[in-house]
Ligand binder design. Structure first.
Ligand code: SF4
Length: 63
């Protein structure tokens, strides 16, 4: 599974790095910093949850 974060949509709610700190971190402005662009195994479910919970729909998941 591949992950992307659309930087122009991210407004820094922090849901992603709260829900999946293995995959996302915050930058100095509180915006999302993607740690793992290619995900497998148990982390796939976490990636989907993070994407579903991003209020700005800034996280794109593709298989
Ligand atoms: S949840 Fe969405 S808007 Fe919030 S920091 Fe993560 S990617 Fe950005």
């Amino acid at each position: 599974m591949k992950l992307r974060v659309l930087a122009d949509r991210c407004t820094g709610h922090g849901r992603c790095y709260d829900l999946a700190p293995e995959l996302f971190d915050e930058d100095e402005d509180g915006h999302c910093r993607l740690l793992v662009p290619v995900v497998s195994g148990d982390l796939e479910a976490k990636a989907r949850v993070a994407a579903q919970n991003c209020p700005e729909e800034a996280i794109v998941v593709s298989d």
